[in-house]
Structure formats: structure tokens, C-alpha cells
Design a protein around this ligand. Structure first.
Ligand SMILES: Cc1ncc(COP(=O)(O)O)c(C=O)c1O
Length: 420
């Protein structure tokens, strides 16, 4: 067996040498700046990117953990960002919020709060087996949280329009159900679950409803305000008790940045971990992380203020026009069809006559990182402005060519599998 472990560097090296090596190591990355990655990266425009980056570096060393005692600037910017979210998501007076490192963290602590609320209400002890009821399409962050807290995941199937079947969710509920979840939108198919119906169910059953708006949260409301209504998903529905929304996706803010909101501050308290047993006194965080980058808070604050409603509405307008171009281009290719009508900016399509994985394989040969779904088999992309303009033209041109190749050679197979 060859030992690939590298030894700790014996001597230091210059920054210029290191910078050159960083660039060399990244040289073979997917050409994401040309829109060739269907996931992981998000962009509005160059100026928004620069504002976020520059603000991040203004507060590069500050630690948001110390925002209440040392870094008052970070503390006040974080409050602004959370207030903006409470406003956007129509949270009532008395709501609470936290700034986290990403969707997974926002989800994890919301699930913890729901579990603790259930225990407080029912008196269930730590040994009681509990479950959460989710659409089959929820992000694995819920599996991660369930795994970490020993909760059973119960997955409900979808309706024909690929939104969760709320009756099926209702059938999975029992007296040990601590949480219901809906997505806005779900990652696999890009559609928003029927949050109004889930809200009614949650109220009728007295169960916590979390809306995972990690993808759509910070942008979908602006689609609606532009006159392109997206289904409602926020605290306007009385059964919605918590909501996660990522700034580092369609808020166009620098990573790592997400937000989680609670209808009632008491639930923020439940999500907050407090300890006092060690010699250094009381410690409390409403996040999983302790130390957090001050730059992420400053970056989010700057981007939200730089764009404002006007800027987000403009972004939403351009995003919607681009999604329409992709959809029209895909539907114009014989043999391809959309698996769902996108509510925001995730597209998912496949074919009843062609091997779509073979098509995806041909796209890989043409330099695209394939986004795939396994059920139904399909191609997938989470589109931001990195995918606009030339990238859109290139994608549709290469997709047409790839489909043509597979049509001419139906024997073509693929070893590709859906991977996030
Ligand atoms: C719907 C949804 N929820 C949650 C997440 C998790 O977000 P993160 O990767 O920031 O932890 C994602 C990530 O793509 C997502 O699509």
C-alpha cells in the first residue's frame, strides 16, 4: 500500500508561492464560473459578489460568538439581518431568530427545539422513541438531525405535481410525532410543498411545522412581489412554527450564512444551548457552532443593504426570465420533458424515450458537472446568474447535441449515479 500521507511542512513558504499553488491546485476544478456546476455556487452579479466579499474581509477576524461582549458592530449587523428576515417572512411580534453557518445547522437546531418542546409539553423522557414526518424530498439535513437525536424519519410520498401528499403525511403521524416538515422549494424537483395544508394539519394535530426555505426563502417573496406568484410558505400560515432560509444561496451572500426563525422567542430559547458547569462560567449559543465568522455577518448585512428590495426584485426578475429560457429550451428538445414546473429556480427534467443518464454522460464529456435525480431519473440544476447568458446558450446547445447522440445510439449506457 502506498503511503499518501504528506508530512508536516518543515519550513515556511512565501505567500506568492502558496497563492500560485492554490491556483494550480484549483486549475482542474469544474468551470463553475462559466456556469458548469449545477449546484454549490450562487451568484447575482459581479458587484453584489464584490460587496459581499469586501464586507467579509472588513470583519475577517471578528468572531460572531463574541458579538454581545466584544464585537458590537457584528452584534448590531446580525440583529439587522435577522430583523430583515422576520419582516420578509411576516413573523409576528415576539418571534425569535438566529444566524447560522448553513441550512444543515439551521435545520438541526430547529429539530432540536421541536424535540425539546415536545418533551416539555408531554413530559416524555429521553428513552421515549420519537419521530418526524417529512416529504420524501426533504434535504438529508433532516436525516442528519434525526440520526443525531435518535429520531425516526417517516417519509411521505408526493402528489402528481411532486408536492408532498398531505393526506399521506397525516397517516404517518402518531402521538410520538414531534415535527412536520415542508420545503420551499424541495431540492430534487424545485417545487414548494402545500404549506397552507401542512399548516392546517399541524394546527389540527398540535404538532410543530418547520418550513425548509433554505433554497427559496430569501428570493421567492420577490418573485411574488414582481407579479410572478410563488406559493406562500411563511409565518403568514398560523401553523408554521419555524423556518430556515439560507443567505448563502439565493440571498447571494458569502458563505457560510443561513438564518432560522421561530414564531415564538420561547422556541429560540429551546434551541439555545446553555451550560455553566465548567470553571469559565456561563456559555450559551442558539447555534451548533461556537466560534462563527464575523465576516459572514458583515457580508450578509452589506449584501442585503446593497440590494434592498429593489435589487432583490431585479435579481428575481432576471432569475425568472432565465429559468423560463432553460425550460423553453429543454421542452423544445424532442424526447425531453420537465418532471415538475419550477416554482423558483431549480429545474428537473428527464425522458420517457431516451436514457437520460446516457445524455448526462455526454454532457460530462462536454465539460458539465451533471446534476441528477434518481426517482424519477432525471437531470437537475439549481440555477443562479452564473448560469445565465452564454452559459444558458452553451448548456442548451450541448444538451441538444447530447440528446441527438443518444437518439442515434440508443445502445449507449452510463455508469453515472445521482450524487449531491
Ligand atoms: C432544500 C435544502 N435544505 C437544506 C439544505 C442544506 O443547506 P447547507 O448545504 O447550507 O447545509 C439544502 C442544500 O442544498 C437544500 O437544498
Amino acid at each position: 500500500m502506498t503511503d499518501t500521507r504528506r508530512h508536516f511542512p518543515a519550513t515556511g513558504r512565501s505567500w506568492s508561492e502558496l497563492q500560485a499553488e492554490i491556483r494550480a491546485r484549483s486549475a482542474k476544478d469544474v468551470a463553475w464560473k462559466d456556469g458548469r456546476s449545477p449546484v454549490f455556487v450562487f451568484r447575482n452579479d459581479q458587484k453584489t459578489y464584490e460587496v459581499g466579499r469586501d464586507a467579509f474581509f472588513e470583519c475577517f477576524s471578528e468572531n460572531a460568538l463574541g458579538r454581545l461582549r466584544a464585537f458590537h458592530g457584528i452584534g448590531s449587523m446580525e440583529k439587522d439581518v435577522l430583523d430583515f428576515g422576520l419582516d420578509l417572512f411576516r413573523a409576528p411580534a415576539g418571534a425569535g431568530a438566529a444566524f447560522t453557518s448553513g441550512g444543515s445547522e439551521s435545520i438541526f437546531i430547529a429539530v432540536k427545539a421541536a424535540r425539546d418542546a415536545y418533551r416539555a409539553r408531554t413530559g416524555a423522557d429521553r428513552g421515549t422513541a420519537l419521530n418526524i414526518v417529512v416529504p420524501i424530498t426533504v434535504h438529508p439535513a433532516f436525516d442528519k438531525a434525526a440520526n443525531g437525536m435518535d429520531l425516526e424519519m417517516r417519509r411521505a410520498p408526493l402528489r402528481e405535481d411532486r408536492r408532498v401528499d398531505v393526506e399521506a403525511m397525516a397517516e404517518l403521524i402518531d402521538e410520538r410525532t414531534i415535527l412536520l416538515v415542508g420545503s420551499a422549494p424541495c431540492f430534487p424537483h424545485g417545487v414548494i410543498d402545500p404549506i397552507g395544508e401542512l399548516s392546517d394539519l399541524a394546527l389540527a394535530e398540535g404538532i410543530w411545522l418547520h418550513v425548509d426555505a433554505c433554497v427559496g426563502g430569501w428570493i421567492a417573496p420577490f418573485f411574488t412581489r414582481n407579479g410572478r406568484p410563488t406559493p406562500d410558505f411563511d409565518f403568514h400560515f398560523p401553523g408554521v412554527r419555524s423556518l430556515s432560509a439560507d443567505l448563502h444561496k439565493f440571498g447571494f451572500c458569502p458563505k457560510p450564512a443561513s438564518t432560522v426563525f421561530y414564531r415564538d422567542k420561547a422556541d429560540l430559547d429551546r434551541a439555545t444551548f446553555k451550560a455553566d458547569a465548567w470553571p469559565s462560567g456561563s456559555f450559551s449559543t442558539a447555534t451548533l457552532a461556537g466560534t462563527r465568522p464575523g465576516g459572514a455577518v458583515a457580508g450578509a448585512w452589506a449584501v442585503l443593504n446593497y440590494l434592498g428590495e429593489e435589487g432583490y426584485r431585479d435579481a428575481a426578475r432576471r432569475l425568472a426570465a432565465m429559468v423560463d429560457r432553460y425550460c423553453a429550451g429543454i421542452e423544445a428538445i424532442e424526447g425531453l420533458e420537465l418532471w415538475a414546473q419550477p416554482d423558483v429556480s431549480i429545474i428537473n427534467f428527464g425522458s420517457k424515450s431516451l436514457n437520460i443518464l446516457a445524455v448526462a454522460d455526454r454532457m460530462v464529456e462536454r465539460g458539465w458537472l451533471p446534476g441528477l435525480t434518481k426517482a424519477p431519473r432525471g437531470m437537475h440544476a439549481m440555477l443562479s446568474m452564473l448560469h445565465d447568458g452564454q452559459a444558458c446558450e452553451d448548456y442548451l446547445r450541448d444538451l441538444r447535441a447530447s440528446v441527438e447522440e443518444v437518439r442515434l445510439h440508443p445502445e449507449m449506457t452510463s455508469k453515472l449515479e445521482a450524487v449531491y
